[in-house]
Design a protein around this ligand. Structure first.
Ligand code: MLT
Length: 411
């Protein structure tokens, strides 16, 4: 009989968001009135319509594809040159950061990239993740067989957990031991907090000293307001030799349903072979793309390119301002209820400490049943998230104002 990948059987209950959906469905099936009032501030999914510049570019690309001369079949697996160039130029080179067009790999999402990147690493790396953590980093390592079993708290043996808490400002301390791969996500999902330049410098210094690779998830960089906070890991000298960066058009351009993202793999980034020889990762990732992917659709890539036009940039700025206005309202409302809040100033998530004696899922149930609002329980992001909950600012202004009112009714 064919064998399955038994590492999948180690995974806990289910990916966090499907589990939340399951509970919400049980509630709405049993409570039609509550269902009608339900407001979702759980998963960080955008709500506002696509920017006009994107819509125009999408329409134009559809029309082009409808002509003999403009029709395109398979495109370059790594992305069309027009988009790779727009990304490298606008997100990096115009900011003084050295990134070549062919170091950009266009994909259908950062979640996929964060999981797929494991294909180009060996299986004996010591892997460090933050706790709380975006569950994809952990689960994909479990699936790849990089961990042992999980315990009752959801901690997997074989992984190094870097606790993030109010005391360390949700930026983990540099580990005393040697690790080979470190996942960092800033602005952070789930805590909505940021890492300072000094903190990122310390991580890059650690990675260079230990021949480690930082997998830097910058999906929320557009939300940074504080000008002292780096938007890219490549703002830190030396990072080209030790870091891969993930970025997405989901949260800035509203592309969660359109699907487009990219990964930067610098050519200077080297890793060792099993015989100790140093080799670049770039050709491996390039090869992976050519073998396992046929590229993001032309139409979608034209839509993403439009985000870099002057109108596109203005429209993205307006979206960010909208969601950050929501974050300010939610943060203030939670604080007014006497709850301790974190994040929400340079990121669209507010991380809230649950009232004393309440667990994360207690708050989830209370918010669902009494306020008819869906939040995300902090414990779903790892044991260090227990006792916290996350409110997403991705919503309409009217819904956010209503959530603010309901919060004060519940707490
Ligand atoms: C979240 O809510 O944490 C995010 O929406 C998940 C994601 O971006 O995949």
């Amino acid at each position: 009989m064919a064998q399955l990948n038994s590492h999948y059987l180690k995974l806990k209950a289910g990916y966090l968001f499907p589990e939340i959906n399951r509970r919400v469905k049980a509630f709405t099936d049993a409570n039609p009135e509550g269902a009608a009032r339900l407001i979702r501030c759980g998963i960080g999914d955008v709500t506002e319509p696509l920017p006009e510049a994107v819509r125009e570019a999408l329409h134009k690309a559809v029309d082009e594809m409808g002509t003999r001369s403009g029709f395109r079949g398979y495109g370059p697996e790594q992305g069309y040159e027009f988009l790779r160039h727009a990304i490298a130029e606008n997100d990096y080179r115009s900011k003084g950061l050295e990134v070549a067009d062919d170091e950009i790999f266009v994909s259908d999402g950062s979640k996929c990239d964060c999981g797929n990147i494991l294909d180009i690493f060996g299986h004996d790396n010591r892997i460090a993740v933050m706790d709380p953590v975006y569950p994809v980093y952990v689960d994909t390592n479990v699936m790849a067989g990089h961990t042992g079993e999980g315990d009752d708290k959801g901690l997997y043996s074989g992984l190094v957990y870097l606790p993030c808490n109010a005391e360390n400002g949700f930026v983990p301390a540099i580990p005393k031991e040697k690790v080979d791969i470190i996942y960092l996500c800033y602005p952070n999902n789930p805590t909505g907090t940021v890492a300072t330049r000094g903190q990122l410098e310390a991580w890059v210094a650690y990675a260079l000293a230990n021949d480690a690779v930082i997998l830097f998830d910058a999906a929320y960089e557009a939300y940074i307001k504080d000008s002292s906070i780096p938007h890219s890991i490549y703002e830190i000298p030396g990072a080209r030799r030790c870091a891969i960066e993930f970025r997405s058009f989901s949260k800035n351009g509203g592309f969660t349903g359109v699907r487009c993202a990219f990964t930067v793999v610098p050519k200077d980034l080297l890793c060792t072979t099993s015989s100790g020889e140093k080799k670049p990762l770039h050709p491996l990732w390039n090869r992976r793309f050519s073998t396992k992917f046929n590229g993001v659709g032309y139409i979608t890539q034209r839509g993403a390119e439009a985000l870099y036009s002057p109108q596109g940039k203005e429209q993205v700025a307006a979206l960010v301002e909208h969601y950050m206005g929501n974050a300010a309202i939610l943060r203030a409302a939670a604080a007014k209820c006497g709850l301790e809040t974190f994040g929400g100033e340079n990121a669209p998530y507010i991380w809230v400490r649950a009232p004393k004696g309440s667990s994360s899922w207690d708050v989830f149930d209370k918010m669902l049943n009494q306020a008819n609002v869906v939040i995300t329980p902090g414990s779903g992001f790892g044991p260090a998230g227990e006792g916290y909950f996350r409110i997403s600012a991705f919503n309409s202004r009217a819904n956010v104002e209503e959530v603010a009112r309901r919060l004060s009714a519940v707490f």
